[in-house]
Design a binder for this molecule. Structure first.
Ligand code: MN
Length: 313
């Protein structure tokens, strides 16, 4: 059943404890949504345990390692920032009681608060915390602002809107360390990350007369650089920064002959429609799919799908 903001705010008070799940290969929004909700609910005597089948990436541990949450086995489950059960990885079979998300969401859940037009799940968690009348501490503000900054790429995605900026302004007033968080997540890169981006740029491949830009990162590249998944978030920025293309494709071979492909569109084209051909999905301007193929073959298939999308028969 779909709930309004106020109804979900009330529903969150209805259970004595929660496990809060977030999606595999977690990004900042997933991590911060789960930890912020857990921290806020704990402040009113509802213990929570954030859970993911993959570890929290290095980049976010400065905030999450200050927090520890006791296990809550058997507690009702909340899923945040997770578009489908499959995205929970090894937790895909859990019964989800509450689902809070901003994707085109396909999760089965007893109660859902899904707002596809919201910039980030952190923004929704922020609205819920406010609707519940809870105090936003500086620690909570830092978590939520980090989620907002990472999912909007520092307020540059097409999903950024007045509501996201209003949430940001209020979080700044609540004490979020806005400059440090923006620099850390939207400017600074590790030398290892620069090396990954160089490989992607060296693989740039233009098709459809320059309207489509693809690139790839192979499993061999990953082994050679010793690169863990944590450094691979947001690789789309490498194609996003190129002026001209209407569709950007980033192929990452996560395991030999298995690729995770993400597609960005910049001029109102539908990335989810392209990824849908391969069983994937997402937002209109950013979507993804997984495919059993080597990276060169995967890139070619997506370039063909992009070409067919641009010029239907
Ligand atoms: Mn998100």
């Amino acid at each position: 059943m779909d709930l309004s903001l106020q109804e979900m705010a009330e529903k969150l008070r209805a259970y004595p404890a929660y496990r809060i799940y977030f999606h595999k290969t977690p990004d900042g929004d997933a991590v911060m949504s789960a930890y912020a909700l857990a921290l806020a609910l704990r402040s009113i005597g509802i213990p929570c345990e954030p859970l993911c089948c993959d570890p929290v990436p290095d980049n976010y541990r400065d905030l999450t390692e200050q927090l520890s949450f006791a296990p809550q086995p058997g507690a009702p489950a909340i899923a945040v920032d997770t578009a489908s059960a499959k995205r929970l990885g090894s937790y895909a079979d859990e019964h989800i009681t509450l689902c809070i998300d901003h994707h085109e969401n396909q999760m089965e859940a007893d109660f859902r608060y899904v707002v596809p037009e919201a910039s980030s799940c952190a923004e929704l968690i922020y609205r819920l915390i406010r609707a519940m009348g809870l105090t936003v501490t500086q620690q909570l503000a830092d978590l939520l602002y980090t989620g907002l900054v990472t999912d909007t790429q520092c307020f540059r995605t097409y999903s950024t809107n007045a509501a996201s900026l209003e949430a940001a302004a209020t979080l700044a007033r609540d004490g979020a360390d806005i400059v440090r968080i923006a620099r850390r997540h939207a400017l600074e890169k590790t030398p290892e990350r620069i090396a990954v981006e160089q490989i992607l740029m060296n693989s740039f491949h233009y098709t459809c007369g320059g309207r489509v830009l693809g690139c790839m990162f192979t499993h061999d590249d990953m082994r050679r650089l010793g690169t863990e998944d944590a450094r691979m978030e947001g690789l789309n920025l490498v194609v996003d920064q190129v002026r001209g293309p209407e569709i950007g494709i980033v192929v990452r071979e996560t395991h030999p002959m298995h690729c995770r492909v993400s597609v960005r569109t910049y001029t109102g084209l539908n990335a989810a429609a392209i990824c849908g051909r391969f069983g994937g999905g997402g937002h209109a301007d950013r979507a993804g799919a997984e495919i059993d193929a080597g990276p060169a073959a995967a890139l070619r298939l997506f370039e063909e799908a992009a070409a067919a999308y641009l010029q239907p028969d």
